[in-house]
Design a protein around this ligand. Structure first.
Ligand code: SAM
Length: 270
């Protein structure tokens, strides 16, 4: 099994979650990721490099924050619809204790969902949809009318801004009201990936980021129906990191705004 392009990034996040799960005191402790890595026939050694593995806690913090916000929304709305965009092989629907009334939709590109179906099955209240979120038809399959929680983890930065506008326009139009959570990088991070891609394509295997976020006001610029609520800088959560050396590095990073804020998770209402 192998993937190229943007799909390959979900193997990295899966691998990093599996590494975090090996810790005695993990940040996320995702046993599903560890099991999936064991089951998928892929040369994981390709990802086992310090430049990649040193991100395991940053990634686990991002996923944990979104898990916490999802659980919080579901406590308040036990009959909610959850739309988990760009789910990759993430097992959020199984990690969380879902109230019986929740309907959960995991969406990703068709080849990713085909692999996902080898690991997990559709069930009562749980469905996988293989489609590009930039396409038009897939959203019609998801019923509106319930409180909706939309998760876009590791997605918006890979889209061009016009695609983000279009996606958010379709979501707010279809559901009318709900909450959106997503992670975003600062403009300098996006620029850096674009330069790496352009000049060092041979060494830089991953797609560039196209849509960064400066601050919460960008959200209303993308879609005036979205109301920025709050955000969390993941680097600032260094005290949750079990590895002393990485914890020190994150603490140092948290002192400099542009580094502290390079990856944040945002929440908005509509
Ligand atoms: C960095 S991974 C994140 C996966 C997962 N959210 C996680 O955190 O482990 C990015 C994911 O976005 C998906 N993706 C990128 N563009 C997409 C699109 N247009 N439609 C649906 N999924 C997309 C990729 O296939 C990949 O699974």
């Amino acid at each position: 099994m192998d993937f190229t392009g943007v799909q390959s990034t979900m193997l990295v996040t899966l691998f990093l979650k599996a590494l975090d799960a090996e810790e005695t005191e993990p940040v996320l402790g995702d046993r599903f990721a560890a099991e999936a890595v064991d089951r998928i026939d892929y040369d994981w050694a390709k990802l086992d490099k310090p430049t990649i593995t040193r991100n395991r806690f940053g990634l686990a913090l991002r996923t944990r924050q979104i898990d916490d916000w999802t659980a919080d929304f579901l406590r308040r709305n036990p009959d909610a619809t959850v739309l988990h965009l760009a789910c990759g092989l993430d097992a959020r629907a199984f990690r969380l204790d879902l109230p019986d009334g929740v309907r959960w939709f995991d969406v990703d590109l068709p080849d990713v969902i085909a692999l996902r179906r080898e690991l997990y099955e559709d069930a009562d209240g749980y469905r996988m949809i293989g489609a590009s979120v930039t396409g038009e038809d897939w959203l019609a399959e998801i019923p509106a009318g319930k409180p909706v929680f939309v998760i876009a983890e590791g997605l918006l930065m890979y889209l061009h801004e016009a695609e983000v506008w279009q996606l958010l326009g379709r979501l707010t139009e279809h559901f009318g009201t709900g909450e959106l959570v997503f992670d975003g990088v600062l403009p300098w991070v996006a620029k850096l990936t674009q330069v790496l891609k352009k000049y060092l394509n041979r060494w830089y295997d991953y797609p560039a980021y196209w849509t960064p976020i400066r601050d919460g006001s960008d959200i209303a610029r993308w879609n005036p129906r979205l109301l920025y609520r709050d955000h969390v800088a993941l680097v600032a959560q260094y005290d949750r990191i079990p590895d002393r050396k990485l914890q020190r590095a994150y603490r140092l990073m948290s002192r400099f705004g542009p580094v502290r804020n390079y990856l944040r998770v945002f929440r908005a209402d509509f």
